[in-house]
Ligand binder design. Structure first.
Ligand code: URA
Length: 210
């Protein structure tokens, strides 16, 4: 089992994250860095995938070589910012099935409202990795995991770039069985539900919107 909370403190991750946080970083650089970080985070979130061995023949002899067990992966992106993490992870795991959950935050209540859901079949047979760069209030993340559990997912992991203490507490209270992997845990949330110091609106930074 992965730890309940893994903070990926690798120097490459932390260095890239610092550049992403900087408000002077361009959209193109932000996107590229998110792609690069997502590869490093994917490495951590898949660390304990079940393994088996496969008999192969090297040029010298036969061997039982390690291979990932047949359990298939489902990557679920929480729209729209999740797609920035998704693209990088798919480079590493091109055979993964992909789903999308569309949730927006009501600006008044900060509660999630679902507007889209399309996920792979047989989630019960897959390791499901939910990706969203910002675990802020935790409301969207909890709602997405609720939905995926209703659709049969049993083994779920949550991957984000930045988390707030409030978001982690909310997720762990609602879904203690879901390990969280993140690059950093920031100080707090502000009154608008933004992570502080954070990096601003991940979707806007990634897509150049405002
Ligand atoms: N979503 C973001 O994009 N940024 C935050 O700080 C919080 C939620």
């Amino acid at each position: 089992m992965l730890e309940h909370l893994t903070v990926v403190s690798h120097p490459l991750v932390q260095h890239k994250l610092t550049i992403m946080r900087d408000k002077g970083t361009s959209t193109a650089s932000f996107r590229q860095l998110l792609r690069e970080i997502s590869l490093l985070l994917a490495y951590e979130v898949t660390r304990e995938l079940p393994m088996t061995t496969r008999q192969i023949e090297t040029p010298l002899c036969q061997m039982d070589a390690p291979a990932i067990e047949g359990k298939k992966l489902a990557l679920i992106s929480i729209l729209r910012a999740g797609n920035g993490l998704l693209d990088g992870i798919l480079e590493l795991i091109p055979a993964a099935r992909v789903g999308f959950v569309g949730l927006y935050r009501d600006p008044e209540s900060l509660q999630p409202v679902q507007y889209y859901c399309k996920v792979p079949d047989h989630l019960e047979d897959r390791v499901t990795i939910v990706v969203d760069p910002m675990l802020a209030t935790g409301n969207s993340s909890v709602a997405a995991v609720d939905l995926l559990k209703q659709k049969g997912a049993r083994e779920i992991r949550f991957l984000c770039l930045l988390a707030s203490p409030e978001g982690i507490a909310r997720m762990q209270a609602a879904h203690p069985d879901v390990p969280i992997v993140t690059a950093a845990v920031d100080e707090c949330l502000n009154d608008h539900g933004y992570i502080v110091p954070g990096l601003g609106d991940a979707g806007d930074r990634m897509f150049g919107t405002k």
